[in-house]
Every structure is written in structure tokens, then in C-alpha cells.
Design a protein around this ligand. Sequence first.
Ligand SMILES: [Zn+2]
Length: 142
Amino acid sequence: MSNQTAASKFSAILKCKCPTCRTGEVFTDPATSWNNYNKMYEYCPVCALRYELEIGFFWGAMYVGYGFNVALSVNLGIAVYLFGHNPDVWVYMSAIILGIILTYRLNFRYARILLLHMFAPKFDKIFIENINSVIKNQDASK
Ligand SMILES: [Zn+2]
């Protein structure tokens, strides 16, 4: 753990990493996991940040996810209009519903990750160096 290097903020969001140390995992399983795609660690395994910053923090992720779905629906609607030459309404509805169903796992995860990266304590290089030195000292004393 101590020889991991911190990622850039964009990379940390893309890889679903902790917003503070940018190395710890947020989710316990990959997005492809059938039952556990939504399981999160309670605390960051590297810097011990508690991910639920306050009670009900992740309720706010529903609004972020809603925004993702609106953006997806508008883009799919435009794509169906352009490539389908303005088909019947059921074609628009089918494309949008199918798109939402196919992306619900990514929507769930990235809504939470974006919310975390907006409100969690910022990346602090000195803090991370201190944590890494504590981990090294603990490893050396074993
Ligand atoms: Zn962390």
C-alpha cells in the first residue's frame, strides 16, 4: 500500500478512488459484479476517510444520477432523431429506456464518486506523505 502513488483528480474520479488520498478504493467490487456493484467501503483503506461524510450524504447522489440520466436521455433522443430520421415515439422511448438500463451501474457509481469528490476533504500531499511514513514505520516494526 505504501508504495502506491496518488493519481490526478480526473484519473481518481475515473478509477473510483478516494477523493482525499486518491489511492484507496471506494467500491469493494468492480462495476461488473452482479450483486455487489454498489457495495462501498465505509472508510478509505489507505487514509481512513469516512466516505459517508454526514448522515444521508449519498441521498444527494440521486440528484447527480438524475442529471446523468437527463443528459443521457437528451443525447439519445438527438441521436435517434438524427440517425432514425425522426421515427415514431416508441423508438425514442425504447432507446432511452434501454440506455438507462444499460448504464445504471455506472450511473450509480459515478454519481456517488462525483458527489464525494465535490464535498470530501481535498487532496493533501503532506498529509499523504505523513500517512505513508506511519504505514512504513508500522511495517518496519512488525
Ligand atoms: Zn483515502
